[in-house]
Design a protein around this ligand. Structure first.
Ligand SMILES: *Cc1c(COP(=O)(O)O)cnc(C)c1O
Length: 807
């Protein structure tokens, strides 16, 4: 293919219409996934000014006279071919990283190790997929000396596509674990697939202690640079001691012996550091130079974090580094979470890039304007020099971080803003974050927005393309968030939201949610508000409908069209019209049709999750179908029919009707055990150890002296109690928590704000993190321990527990 003409020379490649920056300089690829089709976004992108599209052959372009189209049977293949072509234009050293764990950390660390003397380009965050890799590699320019890209595969046959785009000179194979096992016949096949990344590499760095990898690597033709404990590794290492500051190691390479300190003590960080050390040796750095740079490594803030700021601000914390590609990702996250808040960015100099400052700062200005940012706080002398580009944005400048911090709360104040704090490592912007942040009570519920999206996509993949999706965000999204998740769902274009009360709906509206919202429990005194905020109330009885009609007569205006959802009770015996009510209901609706509009009709299964109730469920669905058909005939128009909750979506694919109502599954809990392995847990409830005590045999612990030490016992007092939602039924050994990877049982009674746990034999100190549920100890485990269901555990977490969101 010839990629040399103007059509392909665009600054931005776009695959996700929500991430548009500068329409005129964008080339859009209409990609198709399991449940979305990029072609559907072409009309809106065209309206926004995009004029270059790569589309499938059968796409009808008649309505876009002045746009350019490239036709293909696979837009994804064209995207990858274009990027492979671009890669060929540049002659830089490219480091390609693959393996099960550690890819992103090694990439970020290599970047910070090399940026001092090399101009480096790298993939943002964990962009390592079939789409992430091309978008990353596209950022290479003339001036870059080193590129660092990660590659991830989930099934056989994928790596060759990534290889032609990355074409690494130096390869790093991190390790092999269980991730994506099901996409491969066995581990050997998985290793072989990953090794395809290095088919044209000059040298491959890997750990010789991983036997399977070592064995397969021998089949590669490239030079091997191994490290490990064994004497036949190219670089031998052994640990010679450790302290709080890190691990001391001895390295032996080509008869030279050298000692240095890795500033971490955990095994994974040591392994990641060793990959970096080996890579630097390959690149010709001396041991002295490496030791100096390794000592400065810090833990990577890999995920974007959304924190509560003071004065109703939200903070997006991205303080690990600052580069253009990362800025784009962070700005998308800002937009996604902005709601009604004003968009502000605190930004330091960009130190790397290797492009001329004019180009850099005009690009940043374009980015900020494209994302609706209205205020910029610029920190550093270089960015100050680029200010002329930021016309139209309110700009304040500070020469350094210190002077900015001194102004916060004085000359500089923030309210009702969402603030992206993004700075290069040396600007130490974590101090800016902490001065803007609301002080946090130690117990927190961490929510992974990425996992929410993952679960959403899983359920979407089960739906036919035209089936609508309502997500139930009642009870603060099952205890997870007041409105942040609703924002994410809106960004991901779900069709409807469901809440329990009108107040919940109002809160969503006040935070920028424009999706249709259904309210499950309306009452007569909320009709006013419901109409004002455009909420669709569930009508479940003639009484309620009549009350609505009366309200309409007394208080509503003549033009008000009121939208309602009707519920049919087909066996749940909770709320809803029964078959015997149907005639009356239809007559009423017809009489009042001039103001009353039925948007949807639904029913709820009593036993969607369990096989034993299948015939009852089928009967409910039959009743529902019959009632709904009758209603539609009488009304003379069709309405959205819906019946399935999370369990039903998986178990009754034939009964999705026009829409499904997703609840607990989105929050990472599988109600059926069928889709268990497809879901990711979204939340982790964490607290910390306040104090450690040593108890003699026979002593008692806590209220009513219920906890008795049967042996000399070490206990930890942790900062969570029943007022936080740590159920009192967890008392006396029933409940456990995870401390440094080990289970610690509750000793004695759970108190209001604190709990004592037995940590005998567990290495733990004051301040250590405690996991109440999350990875390694699931919500379902905890629910089982006290004989309840995950729904109750989730929704019991008190509001005072801070919610922290990660990208
Ligand atoms: C809560 C609720 C749902 C969602 O149920 P899950 O089991 O959490 O998927 C669906 N429909 C109605 C009417 C609900 O009240």
């Amino acid at each position: 293919m010839d990629f040399s003409n103007q059509f392909w020379q665009k600054r931005y490649l776009l695959t996700d219409s929500r991430k548009l920056i500068a329409a005129g300089d964008t080339l859009f690829f209409a990609l198709q996934g399991n449940n979305h089709d990029g072609h559907g976004f072409i009309p809106s992108l065209y309206q926004l000014g995009v004029r270059a599209f790569v589309v499938r052959k059968d796409f009808n372009t008649a309505e876009y006279p002045d746009a350019d189209f490239f036709y293909t049977s696979s837009p994804l293949q064209v995207l990858q071919a274009l990027v492979a072509y671009r890669r060929e234009q540049f002659n830089l050293t490219v480091i390609g990283i693959t393996g099960s764990n550690g890819k992103t950390i090694i990439k970020e660390w290599l970047y910070s190790l090399l940026e001092k003397d090399r101009k480096v380009v790298k993939s943002p965050k964990s962009y390592n997929s079939q789409i992430g890799v091309p978008l990353s590699v596209w950022e290479i320019s003339e001036a870059h000396e080193v590129g660092i890209f990660e590659a991830g595969v989930s099934q056989s046959g994928e790596m060759e596509h990534l290889e032609v785009m990355i074409k690494p000179n130096i390869g790093i194979f991190t390790n092999i674990g269980s991730a994506h096992d099901k996409g491969f016949v066995d581990r050997t096949e998985k290793v072989q697939e990953k090794l395809k990344l290095f088919e044209n590499a000059e040298v491959l760095v890997y750990c010789k202690d991983h036997q399977l990898i070592d064995k397969e690597v021998q089949k590669c033709t490239c030079r091997k640079f191994s490290w490990g404990l064994t004497s036949d590794a190219t670089l031998q290492y052994k640990e010679i001691g450790f302290s709080k500051l890190g691990k001391n190691i001895e390295l032996k390479y080509q008869d030279e012996v050298f000692q240095l300190r890795i500033p971490f003590t955990d095994a994974a960080s040591v392994e990641n550091s060793m990959h970096c050390i080996a890579c630097l040796l390959v690149m010709g750095y001396s041991f002295e130079e490496i030791a100096e740079r390794i000592a400065l490594l810090r833990r990577v803030g890999m995920r974007l974090e959304l924190k509560q700021g003071r004065h109703n601000c939200k903070l997006v914390d991205d303080t690990y580094n600052n580069d253009l590609a990362g800025l784009m990702v962070a700005l998308d996250f800002l937009v996604q979470n902005a709601g009604q808040l004003t968009r502000t960015v605190i930004l330091s100099d960009l130190l790397e890039t290797g492009r001329d400052p004019e180009w850099v700062y005009s690009n940043i200005a374009e980015l900020l304007k494209g994302k609706g940012v209205t205020k910029l706080i610029a920190v550093g002398t270089r960015i100050m020099a680029g200010l002329k580009y930021f016309e139209g944005i309110q700009v304040m400048v500070y020469p350094d971080t210190e002077s900015l911090i001194q102004d916060i709360g004085k000359a500089l104040s923030f309210s009702n803003e969402i603030i992206l704090v993004k700075g290069a490592r040396m600007f130490a912007f974590e101090r800016v974050v902490s001065s803007l942040q609301e002080k946090v009570h130690g117990t927190r519920l961490e929510i992974s927005l990425e996992s929410v999206e993952h679960n959403l996509n899983f359920y979407r993949s089960l739906l036919a393309p035209d089936t609508k999706l309502m997500v139930m965000v009642k009870a603060f999204a099952y205890g997870n968030s007041r409105y942040e998740l609703a924002g994410l769902l809106q960004y991901n274009l779900v069709d409807y939201l469901g809440v329990a009360y009108v107040d919940e709906g109002i809160e969503l509206r006040e935070n920028g949610i424009k999706l249709p919202i259904m309210v499950l429990n309306p009452s007569e005194d909320t009709f006013d508000k419901a109409l004002q905020y455009d909420l669709e109330l569930q009508m479940y009885s003639m009484q309620l409908l009549k009350a609505l009609a009366e309200w309409k007569q007394d208080r509503g205006s003549a033009h008000d069209q009121i939208k309602v959802q009707l519920s049919f009770d087909t066996g749940m015996r909770r709320l809803g019209f029964e078959p015997a009510d149907l005639e009356k209901l239809c007559n009423f609706l017809i009489r009042n049709a001039h103001w009353l509009k039925v948007t949807g009709v639904f029913t709820h299964l009593a036993g969607a999750d369990e096989e034993v109730h299948n015939s009852f469920s089928k009967q409910q669905l039959d009743t529902f179908s019959t009632m709904a058909a009758h209603l539609e005939r009488q009304l003379g128009y069709s309405v959205i029919k819906h019946a399935m909750n999370s369990a039903g979506i998986v178990r009754f694919p034939e009964a999705h009707f026009d829409m499904v109502r997703l609840g607990i599954g989105l929050y990472g809990v599988d109600p059926t055990a069928i889709s268990h392995h497809m879901l990711q847990p979204i939340s982790t409830l964490k607290t910390s150890i306040s104090q450690v005590k040593y108890i003699k045999e026979g002593e008692t612990v806590g209220y009513s002296r219920k906890g008795v030490a049967e042996r000399p016992t070490t206990i930890a007092t942790i900062g969570i109690g029943y007022a936080d939602g740590f159920d009192r039924r967890f008392s006396n050994g029933v409940g456990k928590v995870l401390i440094n990877g080990q289970l610690a049982p509750v000793i004695g009674n759970v108190c209001m704000d604190m709990t004592m746990v037995d940590i005998t034999g567990i290495e733990a100190a004051e301040g250590d993190e405690v996991i109440v549920f999350g990875e390694g100890l699931t919500i379902s485990d905890q629910a089982k321990a006290i004989g309840t269901i995950p729904y109750e555990i989730l929704t019991s977490i008190n509001e005072r527990v801070k919610r922290v969101f990660y990208a």
